[in-house]
Write a protein that binds this ligand. Structure first.
Ligand code: PMP
Length: 382
């Protein structure tokens, strides 16, 4: 199979698998036991925190390992909302309209079930970039949290998170800022010590950069309080209890180390440009094509075509692609991201997402173009 769906998940690379294997077999012990201490099975956990911290330029003490970005996002939104409700009896959240469901659905769950939680959605431009002027109007002196993703999973469009964070702090210095950086981490250079210094919480996930599924992290800025989301044993200082998983930790540590060699990948960007140029003649629009994007992502809008059908036919020809978010594909309604960019409901079903990895070759992209062109022509609605 030619795999062009790396934003949904990535292959665990052989070196990463090798780093994990001993912790499933010879060194399988619980980190809290004597055997665990003798075999030093806690080492991959501290290595994971160190390597992830290097990747996003923060300190290892600011990293808590979680089961992935869904947990990290839930943790931040739910804990902040509860804290704000306890402190002030109300809670105001601002999240962007193009967030992943693991932010959007938590926000709407909170608004529906926790009386007095108000949620405002910040709109985006037709290029899929958050509208900072509209965001400014939504943030209030009592806003508890602003959450803006670093890069969108469907379009790859990079969001002005540093500007959004500075804006939030300017309006309310106590307002906390969260960024779901799941798609950006491991693809572009990020610095929580530099341009992202106003960001308080940042979520990431190992399986988006060739690590294993089921492990991710939450960055919590030093000095910022976040009540635990889970309660149990004292693991990770009680911040995130639950038996630790050295194998997954060894995997994300190695994945983070390898990812540092593939940030801001110019080869990928030119591979993507060649793909987009070749498809131009088919009347394809590149959604967010005028904005700054991750180097690997292309969201193509085909006119007069239902992309679900195209994706199935591509799969039969051994090409893995998707219509956008893996989590919402399969549902009949078009993507909320494409709709938020002002594309009308009937056209929005023509979106096809191609997401490359540093493993993708020029040959694979050329083969894909050769298969896609006639398929797209044949599936056009009359
Ligand atoms: N946020 C974004 C932007 C994502 O793309 C994803 C994965 N599709 C998630 C959150 C959820 O990540 P995880 O699979 O680690 O729970």
């Amino acid at each position: 199979m030619i795999y062009l769906d790396n934003n949904s998940t990535t292959r665990v690379l052989p070196d990463i698998l090798d780093a994990m294997l001993p912790y499933f077999s010879t060194a399988f012990f619980n980190t809290t036991t004597l055997a665990g201490a003798l075999y030093d099975v806690a080492r991959p956990l501290s290595e994971a925190r160190e390597r992830v911290a290097e990747l996003i330029d923060c300190s290892a003490e600011e990293i808590i390992l979680t089961s992935g970005a869904t947990e990290s996002n839930n943790w931040v939104l739910q804990s902040i909302a509860r804290h704000s409700l306890r402190q002030t009896g109300k809670c105001h959240l601002v999240v962007s309209a193009i967030e992943h469901p693991s932010v959007l659905q938590v926000a709407s769950y909170l608004a529906e079930t926790e009386g007095r939680v108000e949620v405002d959605l910040a709109p985006v431009s037709c290029e899929g970039v958050i509208d900072l002027a509209a965001l400014r109007d939504l943030i209030r002196p009592d806003t508890a949290l602003v959450s803006v993703m670093l890069a969108n999973n469907e379009t790859g469009v990079i969001q002005p998170v540093a500007e959004a964070a500075a804006l939030a702090k300017e309006i309310n210095q106590d307002c906390l800022v969260h960024s779901d950086a799941t798609q950006a981490v491991g693809k572009i250079t990020l610095s929580l010590n530099d341009n992202l210094r106003d960001v308080d919480f940042l979520s990431l996930s190992g399986h988006k950069f060739h690590g294993p599924k089921g492990i991710g992290a939450l960055f919590i800025r030093s000095g910022v309080d976040l009540a635990p989301y889970l309660y149990g044993g004292g693991q990770q200082g009680g911040a995130r209890p639950g038996t630790e998983n050295p194998a997954l930790a060894a995997g994300i540590a190695k994945a983070a180390e390898i990812a540092t060699m593939h940030l801001d990948d110019r080869r990928l960007e030119s591979l993507r440009s060649s793909l987009e140029a070749a498809l131009c003649a088919l009347g394809v629009t590149v959604l967010g094509g005028g904005a700054r994007r991750l180097p690997n992502t292309s969201l193509l809008l085909f006119e007069d075509l239902d992309s679900e059908m195209l994706i199935h036919r591509l799969a039969e020809a051994d090409f893995a692609t998707s219509s956008g978010s893996a989590c919402t594909s399969g549902s009949d309604s078009p993507s909320h991201v494409v709709l938020a960019m002002g594309i009308n409901y009937s056209s929005a079903s023509g979106a096809l997402r191609i997401s490359l990895s540093h493993e993708t070759t020029q040959n694979e992209v050329s083969e894909f173009i050769d298969v896609l062109k006639p398929l797209a022509q044949s599936l056009k609605k009359p």
